[in-house]
Structures are given as C-alpha cells and as structure tokens.
Design a protein around this ligand. Structure first.
Ligand code: GTP
Ligand code: MG
Length: 222
C-alpha cells in the first residue's frame, strides 16, 4: 500500500467517523406509562444504574442526542422522551412525523402477565401499529416512502423482575416467551407493510450493556 493510499484511507475513515457523530439517527421511544421510557433515556445518557424515577413524563420533551458506543463502534442517536399516558399519544405521532423517526422502540413490561385484565400495552400497541401502517398522517397528509420507519423493536423492559417471575420454559428461546404473545398480530401487520419487527429484552434501569447492544443491533441489522 502506498503512502498516499494509506493516507486516503485514514482520511476516509476519519470522515465516516465524523459523519456518524454529526449525523444522528432518529429513534422514537414509545409505550404505555411506567414502562421505563424516561429510564431508558437516562440510561442512554449516563450508562450505569439509573435511579428510580417517580415522576410521570408530561407531554413531549425536546429530542436530545446520545452516543451509543459498543465493541469499538459508535453511533449518535437522537430521541425524545414523551409521556406514555393516553393523552400524550398524539405527541408520539407528532414526534414520528416531525423528525421522520427511522427506528421505533415500543417498550412493554410484564403487567399483562401479572393481570390479564390489564390492557395498557395492547391498547397503546394497537394505536401505534394503526398509526404506522396508515397511508396518511392524522393531518390528512399522504405518507411518502421516507415517512415509514426502517424497523421496529418491541423491548420487554424490567427483565430483572419478569425474568425471575416468568422464567423461560426448558429449551424455549427468548423470542417465544409469553410476554410477547399479545403483539403478534400487530407485528404481522407491520411486516406486511414491509417493516421488520424484532423482540428484545432489557433492564433499562440496571443493565447498560443490554440497552446499548439493543440499539446497535437495530441500527446494524436493518
Ligand atoms: N426493576 C426495574 N424497574 C424499572 C426498569 N426500568 C424502569 N423501571 C422503573 O419503572 C418506573 C417507571 O419508569 P419511567 O422511566 O418513569 O417510565 P415512563 O415510561 O417514562 O413513564 P411515563 O413517563 O409515565 O410515560 C420507575 O420507578 C423506574 O425506576 C427496569 O429495567 N427494572
Ligand atoms: Mg417518562
């Protein structure tokens, strides 16, 4: 390799590194109230144990940049923290539309396993799937190709709790776990629209490695 080629490669790599730092990938983080969206947002900024959060998020907080670094690879992602109570769901849509969100994380926890009558996740999920698969925005504007996300991840959070309470059956792979059961139909609808979905487990509060790996997997695999 000549000195010039070596130099060109170095400059090229530096430019890619710089571009990846400046060019943030838009993530949308949605899900019912109390699932851990604010905890995830803090985890992406602090990397460590996130102290318990006692306040509910009200409305939409401005999107902020976070650097995700793992195995020597690094990406900058941008996400907004939005409340999960039903009155704020219209803010999810605004967030998706205004930032052209490329990757969506739908967070759940184990409340539907604790209590069959609790439909928090199912109702929020139906709202989200309907919004994503619709050909138009609520404003009536027709969606363009770039208005659809590249991929969606269902993140079953609080694994530190539900992993012990509802352990996997012998030989069962994690994506077959009953926690994901109610979301199958919506996943199929998204797949039919050409949006791949994947299941992931995390402890946003206490396991930064799982969180960072989850983000990296979404960006790299899709
Ligand atoms: N054990 C455990 N608790 C968690 C985890 N993630 C979040 N929590 C707790 O769950 C509660 C709710 O977390 P938040 O991050 O405030 O939830 P949120 O989704 O932002 O809720 P809204 O703002 O109302 O939409 C807090 O008490 C967190 O400490 C986790 O991975 N494990
Ligand atoms: Mg919150």
């Amino acid at each position: 390799m000549s000195l010039m080629t070596g130099f060109a490669i170095l400059v090229g790599e530096a430019m890619i590194g710089f571009w990846k730092k400046v060019h943030a990938i838009n993530f949308g983080v949605y899900g019912a109230t109390m699932v851990g969206k604010t905890t995830l947002s803090n985890q992406l900024r602090t990397r460590g144990e996130v102290p318990p959060i006692n306040e509910r998020t009200v409305g939409l907080h401005r999107a902020t940049r976070k650097t995700v670094k793992i195995d020597g690879d690094s990406h900058t992602v941008k996400s907004a923290d939005i409340g999960g109570e039903a009155i704020y769901w219209k803010e999810w849509v605004k967030d998706m539309q205004s930032r052209r969100v490329k990757y969506i994380i739908f967070m759940i926890d184990h409340r539907h396993l604790d209590n069959e009558a609790n439909l928090d996740h199912q109702v929020a999920w139906k709202f989200l799937v309907d919004t994503i698969t619709s050909n138009t925005w609520p404003t009536g504007r027709r969606k363009k190709e770039s208005d659809y996300p590249i991929a969606l991840g269902i993140w079953a959070n609080k694994y530190d709790i539900w992993g012990e309470k509802y352990p996997l059956k012998e030989g069962q792979s994690i994506d077959k776990h009953e926690i994901f059961e109610p979301f199958k139909y919506g996943m199929r609808q998204l797949n039919d629209k050409g949006i791949p979905c994947f299941k992931y487990i995390v402890s946003a509060k206490s396991d930064p490695e799982m969180v960072y790996r989850g983000i990296m997997t979404m960006v790299k695999d899709y």
